[in-house]
Design a protein around this ligand. Structure first.
Ligand SMILES: C[S@@+](CC[C@H](N)C(=O)[O-])C[C@H]1O[C@@H](n2cnc3c(N)ncnc32)[C@H](O)[C@@H]1O
Length: 394
């Protein structure tokens, strides 16, 4: 593969923004593409993939690169990825042999897997023997998974429509609304997306709305709805009949949810920014309650590798506090007999089972019974890591 100075410069610029200015990778790439409208599809794919992979392998790259400047780090990555480097002045310190020897010499698991030490310790203590294979899986590139909007088309119809345009996808077993693209590509440009025929949503994430067992006509509250990924899925499962109340403390996310609902033909979604009295006013009002709580995102490292550099043990503790507060504070909105689903995109028991155990042992949890739990690990499912607990209110 031939390297071009302007796209490599783009990669270097993106890394500076991420590691020196603290910006998120997806936002940096988005801005970079806007600033370089002449880049073609291949340039964009090269820049996006290289930046994501370099962020993923950042610790390992820094360990084995002969110098810490961005060009040497890029050169090291490029060799590691199996390519040959051109004879550019910027790469004069980077030798293929030295990189290979450096790689062979790394023994420390956290360095090898390119994660912080504290995270390696937390994963090992939480998952035991499952941590090692999980870590391997979380360092892979994520597949592009669609959630078929069944209000607009069936899975078969969408699959055939995409195939007619040369986009091959398969239907994974056990995920009734999912289609996995055979090849990664920017599917947002396809007209079917603009028509609301699908959303991008990982297969594991699609298990969450399914666990609620909704029926048309129900009143459902999604209390941490964000931009509405799961709320839209819930509405589709309800055949757009009943009411889905999407709530969040961040109003701008709910605006996104509204826009997506319009695109997807969902008319039963209402949004409400949470204020001091919101929960009290909605006491005993929901047949189903979804708490898709804020979490570390450690189950979705494939997709967001920068999470591991931005997280800290302190932030994990803070999130645990918020998760328990949400469980304690929001469950009164559920009617007696109703179903609660608590979900995270984390694989740490500290955010998952331990939170549910603590809730069930507390006064607020006395009315609840655990019905089932899904510990979805990336290396077992092939998709993101998730936790889904279903509880019934007596
Ligand atoms: C995991 S994200 C939700 C993702 C969303 N359900 C989806 O499927 O796209 C968690 C959400 O919780 C919101 N949040 C954080 N603290 C909250 C609180 N105390 N009450 C309600 N929502 C909160 C965040 O703004 C964020 O949008």
């Amino acid at each position: 593969m031939k390297l071009f100075p302007n796209t490599v410069r783009g990669v270097v610029f993106a890394l500076e923004q991420i590691f020196e200015q603290g910006y998120y990778t997806d936002k940096v790439i988005e801005r970079l593409f806007k600033a370089n409208p002449k880049w073609g599809a291949r340039d964009r794919a090269f820049v996006a993939e290289t930046v994501y992979e370099m962020v993923r392998w950042w610790r390992l790259l820094r360990e084995i690169s002969p110098q810490q400047d961005y060009y040497s780090l890029f050169g090291t990555y490029y060799l590691m990825a199996g390519h040959a480097l051109p004879a550019w002045e910027e790469f004069k310190h980077v030798q293929a042999d030295a990189v290979r020897k450096g790689l062979d010499a790394v023994e420390n698991r956290a360095v090898k897997a390119s994660i912080p030490d504290w995270l390696d310790a937390a994963g090992a203590s939480g998952l035991g023997a499952l941590w090692e294979p999980e870590l391997q899986a979380l360092n892979q590139q994520a597949a592009v998974v669609l959630r078929v909007n069944t209000l607009k088309n069936s899975r078969e119809q969408l699959k055939n429509r995409l195939a007619a345009d040369g986009i091959q996808a398969y239907a994974p077993k056990g995920y009734p609304d999912a289609l996995v693209l055979e090849q990664r590509q920017n599917i947002f440009k396809h007209p079917a997306f603009k028509e609301g025929a699908f959303e991008i949503q990982d297969a594991s994430s699609q298990l969450v709305a399914a666990a609620l067992d909704v029926e048309p006509g129900m009143r459902v509250i999604d209390a941490c709805a964000g931009a509405g990924g799961k709320a839209l899925h819930i509405a589709a499962l309800m055949q757009n009949k009943g009411r889905v109340l999407a709530m969040d403390i961040e109003g701008w996310k709910l605006k996104q949810a509204k826009l997506r609902a319009r695109r997807g033909g969902v008319s039963i979604l209402e949004t409400r920014e949470i204020e001091a009295k919101t929960v009290k006013r909605l006491r005993d009002s929901a047949d189903r309650l979804l708490l898709d709580v804020p979490c570390t995102g450690l189950g979705v490292l494939k997709r967001n590798p920068d999470t591991k550099w931005k997280l800290s043990p302190q932030r994990l503790e803070e999130l645990r506090g918020i998760q328990q507060q949400i469980l304690q504070g929001y469950t009164p909105m559920l009617k007696p007999g109703g179903v609660l689903v608590y979900a995270t995109c984390s694989i740490l028991p500290a955010e998952n089972k331990e939170q549910i155990d603590r809730f069930l042992a507390s006064p607020a949890g006395q009315a609840f019974q655990l019905v089932e739990e899904q510990h979805v690990l990336a290396h077992q499912s092939g998709f993101d890591g998730f936790y889904v607990a279903k509880l019934q209110k007596g």
